[in-house]
Write a protein that binds this ligand. Structure first.
Ligand SMILES: [Zn+2]
Length: 239
């Protein structure tokens, strides 16, 4: 069976994290039936996940990188089957410049893309959330306060993740959502800032977004979402 490279698969919504629906509702094993590449977080917002070549890595709040097992669970994650194309090099750009360049190459802000920037970076700043692994879980804003920030200089690695049109914010993380993992891998996390020295940009455009909801979770079924609060808190926690 050929792999579906046109679909971006997402388990959960970013919105459900806002009121603290942080229970894991899909195993890594199930998730990885829908792709070999992606990003996400574990139960309780524990750390930052990077999936590449079918392997799942977690960067935790102590800054350690470890391999995640198939039985561990996610409240929210995105995966796809990698089939991206090298579209050019980016040299000597800060984070704003990187994002502006990618948008320019995409030529649209209305389509979902997987983004991969592979090469050398002068500087990368990441964060990893210290999640609560057992309920009761806090809200996204409360939980995201317990985060560690890490800095690396002169590092080779991959910045990877997604671009989602702002209009789908709430369901998805609007704009760029990028994680980093170095070549070792011993350093990574959710990217707060980066300065690229020289790297190759790979893009993959999706025609489809598959949104998989945790319909078996009673707390999710009963939650009364406040749309304004959701969008405000997402912008604070993710940008
Ligand atoms: Zn992230």
């Amino acid at each position: 069976m050929s792999k579906n490279t046109q679909t971006l698969y997402q388990h959960g919504t970013l919105a459900l994290l806002v009121p603290g629906l942080l229970a894991g509702t899909q195993t890594i094993g199930e998730l990885m039936h829908h792709g070999d590449t992606g990003i996400g977080t574990l139960t309780g917002l524990d750390g930052e996940l990077i999936m590449r070549a079918g392997q799942v890595y977690q960067v935790n709040a102590d800054g350690h990188v470890r391999i995640v097992g198939p039985e561990e669970q996610v409240p929210f994650a995105n995966v796809h089957y990698q089939d991206d194309r090298a579209v050019g090099k980016i040299t000597d750009q800060n984070f704003a410049g990187i994002k502006a360049t990618i948008l320019q190459v995409m030529g649209t802000s209305n389509v979902f893309y997987a983004v991969r920037l592979v090469g050398e970076f002068d500087q990368v700043q990441t964060r990893a959330v210290r999640g609560t692994q057992q309920p009761p879980f806090g809200t996204l804003a409360e939980t995201a306060k317990a985060q560690s920030v890490f800095n690396a200089t002169d590092i080779a690695g991959t910045l990877s993740g997604y671009y989602s049109p702002a209009i789908y914010g709430g369901a998805t993380s609007p704009g760029f959502h990028l994680h980093f993992l170095d070549d070792e891998p011993t350093f990574g996390g959710h990217v707060l800032d980066a300065k690229v020295r020289r790297a190759t940009l790979y893009l993959q455009e999706f025609t489809d977004l598959q949104l998989h909801l945790p319909t078996g979770n009673e707390q999710f079924r009963q939650e009364q979402f406040n749309t304004d609060e959701v969008l405000r808190d997402i912008n604070q926690a993710e940008n």
